[in-house]
Every structure is written in structure tokens, then in C-alpha cells.
Design a protein around this ligand. Structure first.
Ligand code: GAP
Length: 460
């Protein structure tokens, strides 16, 4: 029996159990956009809460921000997105599918990425075209490679009816909101360099090739932290940030053998160094997070384009300089996807196959499920409700009285609930309950009064 983790199995479980749904399904779908269902939204929230705690609340040197999705359009000119935020694309002349050229080259073993100049990519594409097939129709008749801008335009505040006339943009990354608020944050809080500003929020990109489930979508959420340093301290802080981000993934519960560093060979002109943290998704290692040393490019550009001097007066060294920036940037969806892959387990139990999501307990969407043994016994239901009510403000709980206990266990296994607690007839006699462990499937009988301490001990 093949119990390996495949993308098809993850997609199927995610849909069946209410983690992730394709968008607009009743209308035939909407490409590269996904919705998070009842358990997906809890998992997402746990990811964001953990990141926020790790990145902001437990750090004295990092503060939070929530900037708007829409910003002055000139910001995207300053950042380079209007001119250069693009992927190399080729169109299949047979079926008109548009595909990323760097990815098609990678698939036949040619080293290429989206940061290469388009002339270079096109040269590689022409040299290798004969070996490449269109992923949609399998034919081999392509246009030349050309750049396609990924910014999503809107007519916000423009009533002419033409989206191309003075467009405003849905942000392509959240960090620009951090850069343009740098002065407001330094003026209004007690931060001093070195310090960071972090935020979680939606970003939008007109991705050309959006396959691989929630790995690459056109609407997604980023968790980004930008750390402002003295110019001569940038690389020292960068090494610290790299170590910190690796530790974060271990603390999140990802196995170290499923993570690796990937150093960028092709850097954008202003970057000092760039690494990705890759996770072993079902198709192999691929980017989960970027950790980049960006130099003074961002604040210099925004100073130039806005006319506001964003240099910093360092009262400790009595010098004025343009802060350098190092960043950590990761997608919520890619983290959720990694956690689903990491947790997905199929086990043989007797003649059955048990599917269980062995999430780190702190990440589980539901922490405790409470069952009355039988739904038609009011005294069992009342006692189970009472227990549910006593736990619900501390743990995300689910009350379930439908189907036999075995089926209820399997359902909770599939959503990764660490503990199921059953109220039965003995409970009414001696106040004991059974606590069933998701991973070992063992059942322990304990006194109902001992449950809070049991849970506290197991959810540290
Ligand atoms: N501020 C830097 C920045 O945005 P990026 O490498 O383009 O850098 C950072 O994106 C992270 O955002 C990626 O490592 C990934 O986790 C996530 N991300 C980027 N594009 C995405 C997409 N289309 N769908 C889902 N996540 C995406």
C-alpha cells in the first residue's frame, strides 16, 4: 500500500475536511485563488499568531504595523515594481496557454530564474526550445520569451472607467507599507536602530503559472519583517536573522531534514546577499521563505520619489545615515501547506487505513473534541456540554455527538485533533472520563477534575 504524501492526497483531504477550497467553485472556479474553510482558517490563524508572538511580542526590538493594501501609486514606481516586477512568459501558439519560461527551462534541467535579464532567458529558451513541450497541450510551438508585469491594477479613486488610466495597484508585497511608514514609526515610538517592523497582510500578483495548490496563488498573505540597521552592521544582523529564522521553523514543528538553505546566485543589483529557506514539498525542495539583505535601496528610493528625507540620526554614534534593511518574508499559505505535508500520515490499523494529521499540538485547529457516548441520553449530553463549556475559553474545542465513537475518532484524526474526551455512563457514577491520544490512539481514564492539568501539561 502506497502511504507516501502526494499533492493529490493533500488537496483531497484539505477539501473534504474543510481546510482549503478552490475559489468560486459553484461558478466553475477562479484560477489560482483559494478559500480557507472552517479548519483552514483556524490553522492559518495559529500560524499567524505563532509568527506574531515569535517575531513581535517576544522581541524588544521589533514592533508591529498594519498598513493598507492600497497606497499612493508612485510607491510602486519607487520600488521598481511598475518598471521591473515581471516574470518571463511565452505563449503557446497552438493552445494560447501562457507559461513561465524559467520554470519550463528548469524542468529540462537548464538553470534559469525570473531575476535573469529577459535577453538572457530568451537566448536560453531559443537554444532549448526544441526540447520543451507546452504543459497544457504538449505541443512545441512557442512565441519568444517576454516580460510580463505581475502588479494587479485597479481603478480605485479613478472614475474614468479605464483601469489603465492612472491605475492604483493592489500591493504586490506588504513590505512597501513598512518602508513608507518608517518615519512615522520612528517619530511616534521609542524604537532605535537596530530595530524591526513586522506585518501580516494580503498581497496580490498576476502570477502566470499558478499550479501546485496554495503554493503559488494570485491572492495570498505574507508575514514580513524588515529590520533596519547601521550600514556597517547589516551583514552581522543578517547572519543573526538567518539563524533566528531557522530556529523559528524548528519551534514551529518542522523537521530539520525537510528544510534547507538555498543561496541565490542571481541577485537583484542592490541586494548584498539572498537566501531562501526551502521546504520539501511533495514535488521536492521549494521556496518557503526569503531572507534577504537589501542594502539602503528601499529607503533611498522612497526618499527620492517622495521628496522626504528618510535618513536616520543615530544619537548613539552621532551620525546620520540611510538605514540598511534585512528582511524575512514568508507566505501564510506556503506555511499552512508545509504544515499539512508535515502532518499528513497514513497508517494501517487492522484492516483499515487511518489518515491522521499529526500537527504539532499548538498548531492543531481543534485542540480538544468532547463526545457524549450516546446522543440520545440527555444526562450524557448535558455532562458533555458542561465539560465543553468549561474548556472552550481556553482551548479551541469541538462538541460532537454524531455517529459511533470510532467514526468520531477518525473524523478528529483527519483534522488533527490531539485529544478526544468521552463522557460515558461511568462518568455519571465516578466522575471519570476517557482521554484518547491522536498519535498513539491509547485511551486513558482520568478524573474529570484532573483534565485541565492534563491538558495544560500536554499543550506546553
Ligand atoms: N518582500 C519580499 C518578497 O515579497 P518574494 O520572494 O517575492 O519576496 C516572499 O516573496 C514570500 O512570499 C515567498 O517566499 C513566499 O512564501 C510568499 N509568496 C510569494 N509569492 C507568492 C504567491 N504567488 N503565492 C503564495 N505565496 C507567495
Amino acid at each position: 500500500m502506497d502511504t507516501s504524501v502526494t499533492i493529490e492526497k493533500i488537496i483531497s483531504l484539505a477539501k473534504r475536511r474543510g481546510f482549503v477550497y478552490p475559489s468560486s467553485e459553484i461558478y466553475g472556479g477562479f484560477a489560482a485563488i483559494y478559500d480557507f474553510g472552517p479548519y483552514g482558517v483556524e490553522l492559518e490563524k495559529n500560524v499567524k499568531d505563532f509568527w506574531w508572538k515569535y517575531m513581535v511580542q517576544t522581541r524588544e526590538d521589533i514592533v508591529g504595523l498594519d498598513s493598507s493594501i492600497f497606497m499612493a501609486p508612485k510607491i510602486w514606481e519607487a520600488s521598481g515594481h511598475v518598471g521591473g516586477f515581471s516574470d518571463p512568459l511565452a505563449e503557446c501558439k497552438e493552445c494560447h496557454a501562457r507559461t513561465r519560461v524559467d520554470k519550463m527551462l528548469n524542468e529540462i534541467g537548464v538553470d534559469a530564474d525570473e531575476k535573469m535579464p529577459i535577453e538572457e532567458i530568451d537566448k536560453l529558451f531559443k537554444a532549448n526550445k526544441a526540447k520543451i513541450k507546452c504543459p497544457e497541450c504538449g505541443k512545441n510551438n512557442f512565441s519568444d520569451a517576454k516580460n510580463f508585469n505581475l502588479l494587479v491594477k485597479s481603478n480605485l479613486g479613478n472614475f474614468s472607467g479605464d483601469v489603465n488610466e492612472n491605475p492604483s495597484y493592489l500591493r504586490g508585497e506588504t513590505c512597501q507599507g513598512i518602508y513608507v511608514n518608517f518615519k512615522s514609526v520612528t517619530d511616534s515610538s521609542r524604537v532605535k536602530i537596530p530595530f524591526g517592523i513586522a506585518q501580516i497582510g494580503k498581497a496580490f500578483r498576476n502570477e502566470i503559472t499558478a499550479r501546485k495548490f496554495i503554493f503559488r496563488t494570485r491572492e495570498f498573505e505574507q508575514m514580513e519583517m524588515q529590520y533596519f540597521t547601521r550600514p556597517d552592521d547589516e551583514m552581522n544582523q543578517y547572519e543573526k536573522l538567518r539563524a533566528n529564522r531557522w530556529e523559528y521553523y524548528l519551534a514551529l514543528g518542522i523537521k530539520p531534514e525537510n528544510l534547507k538553505w538555498h543561496k541565490h546566485d542571481n541577485l537583484v543589483f542592490y541586494a548584498k546577499e539572498a537566501y531562501d529557506i526551502e521546504y520539501q514539498y511533495p514535488w521536492g525542495f521549494d521556496e518557503l521563505e526569503g531572507v534577504h539583505a537589501r542594502g539602503d535601496y528601499d529607503l533611498t528610493q522612497h526618499s527620492k520619489f517622495s521628496g522626504t528625507d528618510l535618513s536616520y540620526l543615530d544619537t548613539e554614534t552621532n551620525t546620520k545615515y540611510m538605514p540598511h534593511i534585512i528582511e524575512s518574508s514568508v507566505g501564510v499559505g506556503r506555511t499552512v501547506f508545509a504544515l499539512l505535508c508535515e502532518a499528513y500520515t497514513e497508517e494501517k490499523v487492522g484492516d483499515d487505513l487511518r489518515t491522521v494529521l499529526k500537527f504539532p499540538k499548538k498548531m492543531a485547529p481543534v485542540k480538544v473534541a468532547v463526545f457524549p457516548l450516546l446522543k440520545n441520553k440527555p444526562e450524557l449530553v448535558a455532562k458533555a456540554k458542561e465539560l465543553f463549556d468549561s474548556l472552550k475559553w481556553t482551548y479551541s474545542c469541538e462538541f460532537d455527538d454524531s455517529g459511533n465513537i470510532g467514526k468520531r475518532y477518525r473524523r478528529q484524526d483527519e483534522i488533527g485533533t490531539p485529544y478526544c474526551v468521552t463522557i460515558d455512563f461511568d462518568t455519571l457514577e465516578d466522575n471519570t472520563i476517557t482521554v484518547r491520544d491522536r498519535d498513539t490512539m491509547t485511551q486513558e481514564r482520568i478524573n474529570i477534575d484532573a483534565l485541565p492539568e492534563f491538558l495544560q501539561k500536554n499543550f506546553v
